[in-house]
Every structure is written in structure tokens, then in C-alpha cells.
Design a protein around this ligand. Structure first.
Ligand code: NAD
Ligand code: LMR
Length: 340
């Protein structure tokens, strides 16, 4: 039995993500929460002929005697996995860090509901800026004495999905896309997104000129901007994110149910894991959060794997990413530890 929850379920990501989870035979119960429209989304999905029972909750109406978190807590009760795409998206001219002002508080309040209702659930954070929202979730759970570093994940799968697609395009054969896997490490914002092209399962030809490689790296790092620009004010990636979020959620669910050998990049706490400490040493940095290849298991993060051998360009990209990443992490931690 697997109860999956989506917080922010009526949104651009939330709705298609909920659809994909409803279509997933591993999910036996699907519960949806948003500040608007969740009953409608839940009613619609509930007609789909798959086994999961679907429920949808809202906050109590104004003037209600119920506590403000009543709907949230009903949604979260008994959850095994909670996916969070709640919060505002970007528009042209906005960077992910600009979303902090609004999304930090949203994520804090949702994490409080998780801490007090389903503290053992795996928490998958999609809301931007991921580099800060994951530390926010962790700090809230710590405050309630229920932080399990094996269970909190920043979802960076869209970067991995983009890397496969864009590499296959450069190789000139989109049919290769299912064979192409590229670890993407670091964080989820511009220069903190670091594709390890040297480890692509389908190698790039050595004849490829450096400017093509540079352009490919840039496209993976700034793929989000491409969508924001094309949507022209109507938001950011939703459908590709729902696909990526559902893929990552499925991997987590499979591992929780006992599947072995699933290794995926995700943004996690490093210092709580032996493998994470090794990476910190390799990076020469005490950075607390980083996207790394993680082996998933029945308790969440089973092991953090090595970054493998890196080209000198990849080493430089990591060095360039660390200051911005550290700043975003500190900002998230401070938001909970020392709120202004
Ligand atoms: P959206 O505006 O379409 O949907 C967000 C939903 O969150 C809305 O339905 C809104 O009502 C809901 N919401 C707001 N406050 C809430 C609260 N307190 N509790 C519950 N729900 C609440 O936005 P979107 O396009 O779905 O994007 C959502 C977030 O995901 C954004 O922050 C975006 O930047 C981020 N994102 C992350 C990635 C990634 O790779 N991690 C990719 C794409 C988008
Ligand atoms: C993405 O990478 O598409 C998301 O982080 C959304 C964005 O703001 O670009």
C-alpha cells in the first residue's frame, strides 16, 4: 500500500503530476492539497480506472472553526511520499531566487504539516528555489525533532531529463534518448546545474568541437529559461516537470517497496551520509546540500555515491557553482533558524 500526496495539486505541475501518479499502479491512495480547486481535480481523477482512491482537500473556509491546517493534515495523514510543487513560478526577467520571498513561507508551512502529521514520509521538493527550499524543509523537520536526512529530496530530475534529450539532439538521433543518461550534479539553478557529460552513457564523439560542448552545457543549465521565455509570462516548465517528478517519485516508491540498485541524482543533505562526507572532502568544501548520484533503498537514501572521475572543465564548473549554492543554502537555513 502506498499513499502518495501532492501539495500544490491544482497547479501547472500539480495537475499533470497527479494524473501520472493516478496512472501509476504502485500508488494505492492519492491525496491532493491546494489552496484552490482540489476537490474538482480529485473528482476528475477519481473517474480514472486505476486502483488508487483519490481525495482532495482545501484549507477551511474563512470563518470556519476548524484549524487552518485541517485540510493539509487530512491530506497528509498516513502519507508514504509527499511531492511539493506548491508556489509561484517564474516569468521572463525573474530568477529562481526571486521566488524565495513567496515560496519560502509556503514551503515552511507545508513542511510543518509534514512534521506534525507524517514525519516518516519521503518528501520530494519541487518548489523553487530548490537550492533553498530543501534546506527549509530540513530545518523545519529538525525543529520538530523529526528530520531524517534519508527522506528529504530536492527533485533535480528535470535537469537529468533535459540532459538526455539535448545530448541525443546533439548526437543527431533522438531515438538514442532512452539510452542516454547523464548525471547532473550540484544544484538546480543556472550555473549550479552541472551536467557530467564525460560520464554520458552514450559518449559524445571526441571530434565534437569545444564550442558545441560549451553550448550544450549552457543549454542544460539554462533549459528552464528556454521554457519561461517561450511561455511568455504564462509560467515555467510544467509538463516536462510533471513527467520528471513522476519518474523520480516512481523510483522512490519502487525503492521503498524493496527494489534495489536504483541510482539517481537528487539534491540531498551530504554531511549526514558517509558518502556525502567523502564528496565534501573531494570538493574541499563543507557544503551541506548538493545534487549527487544516490542509491535509493527501503529507507530512502541508501548511499551517496562518488561523483566519479571529472574532467577539468567539470571541476571548474563545480568550483564556480559552490559560492552561489552556499549562499542559497544559508538563506534557506536562516529563514527557519533566524527568521527576520
Ligand atoms: P502554478 O502557479 O501553476 O501552481 C502552483 C500551485 O501551488 C497553485 O495551484 C497554487 O494555488 C498552489 N499553492 C500556492 N500556495 C499554496 C499553499 N500554501 N499550499 C498549497 N498549495 C499552494 O506553478 P507551477 O508551474 O506548478 O510551479 C510550481 C513550482 O514549481 C514553482 O515554484 C516552480 O518554480 C517550481 N518548478 C520547479 C522545477 C524543478 O525542476 N524543481 C521545475 C518547474 C517548476
Ligand atoms: C525549470 O528548470 O524549468 C524550473 O526550475 C522552472 C524554472 O523556473 O525555470
Amino acid at each position: 500500500m502506498v499513499k502518495a500526496v501532492v501539495l500544490g495539486a491544482a497547479g501547472g505541475i500539480g495537475q499533470p503530476l497527479a494524473l501520472l501518479l493516478k496512472a501509476n499502479p504502485l500508488v494505492t491512495e492519492l491525496s491532493l492539497y491546494d489552496i484552490v480547486n482540489t476537490p474538482g481535480v480529485a473528482a476528475d481523477l477519481s473517474h480514472i480506472s486505476t486502483q488508487s482512491k483519490v481525495t482532495g482537500y482545501l484549507p477551511p473556509p474563512k470563518g470556519s472553526d476548524l484549524p487552518a491546517d485541517d485540510g493539509l493534515k487530512k491530506t497528509l495523514a498516513g502519507a508514504d511520499i509527499v511531492v511539493i510543487p506548491a508556489g509561484i513560478p517564474r516569468k521572463p526577467g525573474v530568477i529562481r531566487d526571486d521566488l524565495f520571498k513567496i515560496n519560502a513561507g509556503i514551503v515552511r508551512d507545508l513542511a510543518t504539516g509534514i512534521a506534525t502529521t507524517c514525519p516518516k514520509a519521503a518528501v520530494l521538493v519541487i518548489s523553487n528555489p530548490v537550492n533553498s527550499t530543501v534546506p527549509i524543509v530540513a530545518e523545519v523537520l529538525k525543529k520538530h525533532g523529526v528530520f531524517d536526512p534519508k527522506k528529504v529530496f530536492g527533485v533535480t530530475t528535470l535537469d537529468v531529463v533535459r540532459a538526455s534529450t539535448f545530448v541525443a539532439e546533439v548526437l543527431g538521433d533522438l531515438s538514442l534518448v532512452s539510452k542516454v543518461s547523464v548525471p547532473v550534479v550540484g544544484g538546480h539553478s543556472g550555473v549550479t546545474i552541472i551536467p557530467l557529460l564525460s560520464q554520458s552513457t552514450v559518449p559524445l564523439p571526441s571530434s565534437l568541437d569545444q564550442s558545441t560542448v560549451d553550448a550544450l552545457i549552457k543549454r542544460i543549465q539554462f533549459g528552464g529559461d528556454e521554457v519561461v521565455k517561450a511561455k511568455d509570462g504564462a509560467g515555467s516548465a510544467t509538463l516536462s516537470m510533471a513527467y520528471a517528478g513522476a519518474l523520480f517519485a516512481e523510483n522512490v516508491i519502487k525503492a521503498l517497496k524493496g527494489a534495489t540498485g536504483i541510482v539517481v541524482p537528487t539534491y540531498v543533505n551530504l554531511s549526514a551520509h558517509e558518502g556525502g562526507q567523502v564528496i565534501q572532502k573531494e570538493l574541499g568544501s563543507s557544503i551541506e546540500y548538493f545534487s549527487v548520484p544516490v542509491t535509493l533503498g527501503p529507507n530512502g537514501v541508501e548511499a551517496i555515491n562518488s561523483l566519479g572521475s571529472l574532467s577539468s572543465q567539470e571541476q571548474s564548473l563545480i568550483s564556480a557553482a559552490l559560492p552561489e549554492l552556499q549562499e542559497s543554502i544559508t538563506k534557506g537555513v536562516q529563514f527557519i533558524q533566524a527568521p527576520k
